[in-house]
Design a protein around this ligand. Structure first.
Ligand SMILES: Cc1cc2nc3c(=O)[nH]c(=O)nc-3n(C[C@H](O)[C@H](O)[C@H](O)COP(=O)(O)O)c2cc1C
Length: 187
């Protein structure tokens, strides 16, 4: 069966950021869930510059190879999960930059959120990004994973040490994402 392609975006670009560990765990959850073909894209490795296209992205007239490559990757994806930290009660700038580069490639596709941070588990950042993704006609999935006190959720090797609550929330997110992906893929 042709499973939808799920792009898991690691939003942190910080040296030593914990985002990759959370994303590894979520990628495994998505594989086990069995309704997606997941693929992780790390914004630190993607290394986009600050948005430098002369034309509005809705026109799709990209002048830089890095934009065309990013466009191809996003266009080929059916659904997204943002693995995102909370910085100063908001989402981090590299994630907004990566979103702003493109337009139609995001439209009519669902996006789920795996957020992390201190006491609020990144939920303030998620609430802040919802109007942004809605502007691009993405569908934000309500059921989300929040990881409060993220440093306590890592083992001695820096790997995610999920609780039953994290595992359950990931399954619920993936269930919701699968329902929206199927609905939005209708012709
Ligand atoms: C610039 C900056 C701002 C932060 N602001 C918040 C915040 O507002 N709320 C919060 O819960 N954690 C905040 N933190 C702590 C982060 O949640 C924590 O450092 C986390 O590991 C960051 O994700 P990363 O390691 O993947 O970059 C902040 C961290 C940084 C570096």
């Amino acid at each position: 069966m042709d499973l939808p392609d799920l792009m898991i975006i690691v939003a942190t670009t910080r040296t030593g950021g914990v985002g990759p560990a959370i994303a590894d765990w979520f990628n495994d959850k998505a594989l086990t869930h069995g309704r997606f073909t997941p693929r992780t894209v790390n914004l630190a490795e993607l290394a986009l510059p600050f948005m430098d296209e002369p034309n509005h992205p809705r026109l799709g007239r990209y002048t830089h190879q890095h934009t065309r490559d990013w466009s191809d990757q996003v266009a080929a994806s059916d659904a997204f999960v943002f693995v995102m930290p909370e910085y100063n009660h908001g989402f981090n700038a590299p994630l907004k930059n990566a979103i702003d580069f493109l337009h139609q490639e995001w439209a009519r596709k669902p996006v789920g959120f795996v957020s992390y941070g201190g006491v609020a588990g990144g939920t303030r950042a998620v609430q802040m990004i919802k109007p942004v993704v809605s502007c691009l006609q993405m569908v934000p999935v309500t059921d989300a994973v929040a990881v409060p006190f993220v440093q306590n959720c890592l083992d001695e090797h820096g790997r995610m040490k999920p609780s039953e609550i994290h595992d359950g929330a990931a399954t619920t997110l993936l269930d919701g994402l699968a329902r929206w992906t199927a609905a939005l893929r209708q012709p």
